[in-house]
Design a protein around this ligand. Sequence first.
Ligand code: BES
Ligand code: MN
Ligand code: ZN
Length: 536
Amino acid sequence: MPGFPRRFGRQRGMAVGERRFAIPLSYRTSVEIYRSQQMKVTLKPSAGRSAVRVVPVFSEGGGKKNSSGLEPAVAAVVKKACSSGIFSAKKGEVLPQVAPASSAEKTLFLLGLGPRKKLDGEVLRMAFGNLGRRLAGLAGKRAALSLEQGAATLCLKKLGGAGAVRSIVEGCRLGAYDYQSQKGGRKPRKPVSTLVLESGASVVKELRAGLKLADACVEGVNLARELANTPGNYLYPASLAARARSVARSSGLRCKVLGESELRRQKMGGILGVAQGSDRAPRLIELEYNPRGKAEKTLVIVGKAVTFDSGGISIKPAGGMQDMKFDMAGGAAAIGAMKALARLKPKLRVVGIVPSAENLLGGSAYRPGDVLRSASGKTIEIINTDAEGRLLLADALHYSRRFSPDAVVDMATLTGACVIALGTHASGLMSNDKSLARELLKVSASCGERIWELPLFDEYYKMVESKVADVRNSSGRDAGSSTAGAFLGHFIKGVPWAHLDIAGTAWRQTPLGYNPRGATGTGVRLMVELALSMEA
Ligand code: BES
Ligand code: MN
Ligand code: ZN
């Protein structure tokens, strides 16, 4: 059966009794084919022969701001499309038009940017996300976009050269991503479409800086997406650790993986407890980036990686359960951010910690009523085996202290309650440190990944105390996101810490702008931005 993971016997380097599953070869090759490669963006004085010319248009119509510097015949096409009502230039609207005979390209893609006054980095990223999706479909073709004509000049003026290029490149390349690695076995690799940004201006060096930052982020985000989209039978704690190892090797990061026996030695009863019901052993993955010279600060990024969450004995309803393969999106984002940061080389130390387990049911699964002893020594009464993420994080947050961090940020698809509160349009932010929370809100606004603060009142800390143990892993439905946050807070007292609940933002049923269907890779750009801001 192609692609079906076969169980192997004991392999070299394995402890007696340890079980391991083979990673099918077809998977190994398919993950190498990053969908980020569907789209490439380059910067040149002139695009040369291209199939398509992209013409960005503000919704104010075919006026001067849209057409200054455009070839008159092209400006006429824009004007006609707007006045005839077939194109209103709303944000992200894409309209293909036959190019005038005088153009070098056969086709024009009019791209709506919405009203001029509302333009910001995120609007541009969203609009170009839709364009990226269309361009990826042109397998192998080249498109051109002049940065020195029409609406584009205004974008550069308003957002700065680097800022505008960054949004355009991120939008385009992120929008081009589509997870189909598992379709129809091993297919020939799709040719890569290219967008050439034309600029001969003196600011080209600044534009290159924007391109470099965007490329690093895109590769990190698309890695996170690929990991989170990968089904649970392929991606489980050991195979996630193997992927992290290979990322570390190619990016020059230090990587350490704690296996089951090491987790036992560290007394990580939370991770071990959750993993008990699965044949797949848990891992704790540690990635470390160290700058050249002395690092002034340390940022620790923790990510929940439950490779499949069935709910355990407190089993989830069947409807929608298939999506719970993305319950490792926090861990995936941590790994993606580490990859991006390894390329950007900021002047601070960054450590990624990814606790990983599978939450299943079985003869040895942990049960409601059990009491687990976490690495910190605090005991946890299990009320609901579906509140498993916080058990992994309790151990990982405690572990993060050994790096004497200036800040610890965890990302987790932690609660359905957060989806109820904020939907898919913002991640929940909870923090024990005002200035860290402020910093996160600031970088959130600049990178476009929305977050919204929820409270961590003392009462929420109280609500998760237990009668029989130190804390309990659930206190019912009330304030579900905040009580989950407070539970985590019990394990990281005295360290500036923030928790991001990405349950609503890490996965989409339908594409929106640069976010595709499925895993979005949320958290990667936010962590990159935070690290860069801490460096300064
Ligand atoms: N992984 C889920 C949270 C989740 C739900 C993420 C929906 C994305 C979409 C988490 O492990 C969970 O099951 N949480 C429970 C906690 C409850 C039992 C206290 C929840 O939210 O229902
Ligand atoms: Mn759960
Ligand atoms: Zn979960």
